[in-house]
Design a protein around this ligand. Structure first.
Ligand code: APR
Length: 248
């Protein structure tokens, strides 16, 4: 393992343009449970409640679950970036990392200090009005009564993340494709690779010749497929170990 971490540090030290690609495992050490596998959210809740059609037909029921899962069970106000998030922010500041493509909606890359983030599945720290499109910081909307309504037009508010059946935001999609196709090192962190179309992005980087480094607790769909280096373990521990060995 030590040799593999050294090799990852060597590749990343020499890279001109690193892109990070993150999933739920990235935030696990910040206290957010993953979606799949042990302790996964979808073992406890029915993902159907986050189907966009279901949401509009059964808004109250859907909001009860949204509030419980996203705004109390793992509450963004009390979440903090972990050492892994901090390393990605450090690499962006140093000019090594051009952006993070994240499937996470928890805003922790932003809180850690990354500026260039493609939020593939949106961001739970904002609400969006389904009628007028206005966006509001979630902290400004009390959830004592749900569903919440737009402060401007009274329309129904929805968390500004992607429900099942919704399209990926265009900027995030095209921005991610461009980033993946133009990097020389691509770091996949804490994602099982099971959700499309996000799971297609790493393959674009591979096809253009980028080195693929993967960090995950357990093998993913990428591990024996496109990953050049697979580092098994926690991202909050492995990223600082790589960083400590990088040349500066
Ligand atoms: N460090 C690294 N990897 C970890 C850690 C950790 N501390 N903890 C868990 N993992 C790994 C798990 O082994 C698993 O492979 O993170 C992965 C998380 O996978 P998923 O729960 O499937 O999450 P993700 O791939 O982000 O899911 C994609 O599915 O339901 C949707 O929209 C939701 O964005 C989400 C999408």
């Amino acid at each position: 393992m030590d040799d593999k971490i050294k090799e990852a540090a060597r590749i990343l030290s020499g890279a001109k343009n690193i892109v990070g690609f993150t999933g739920a495992g990235m935030s696990a050490e910040s206290g957010i449970p993953p979606f799949r596998g042990e302790g996964g959210i979808w073992n406890k809740y029915d993902p159907h409640s986050l189907d966009i059609e279901y949401y509009y037909r059964h808004t109250q029921e859907s909001w009860n679950i949204i509030r419980e899962v996203f705004y109390s069970y793992f509450n963004s106000a009390i979440l903090k970036p972990n050492p892994g998030h901090k390393i990605l922010a450090k690499w962006e500041k140093e000019g090594r990392l051009s952006c993070v493509i994240t499937q996470n909606i928890d805003d922790l890359h932003g809180v850690a200090g990354n500026k260039h983030i493609h939020e593939f599945h949106g961001n739970m720290s904002r609400f969006v009005c389904s009628k007028c499109g206005e966006k509001f910081p979630a902290t400004g909307i009390p959830l004592t009564e749900t569903p919440p309504h737009c402060l401007k037009c009274g329309g129904l508010l929805k968390p500004d993340f992607i429900f099942f059946g919704e399209a990926i935001p265009e900027e995030a999609y095209y921005g991610s494709v461009h980033a993946a196709e133009n990097c020389d090192a691509f770091v996949i962190i804490g994602t099982s690779g099971q959700v499309s179309p996000a799971n297609m992005i790493p393959g674009l980087a591979k096809r253009r010749g980028a080195k693929i480094i993967e960090i995950n607790l357990e093998p993913s769909t990428y591990t024996n497929n496109i990953s050049d280096i697979y580092l098994q373990g926690k991202s909050g521990e492995i990223l600082p170990q790589i960083d400590a060995l990088m040349e500066r």
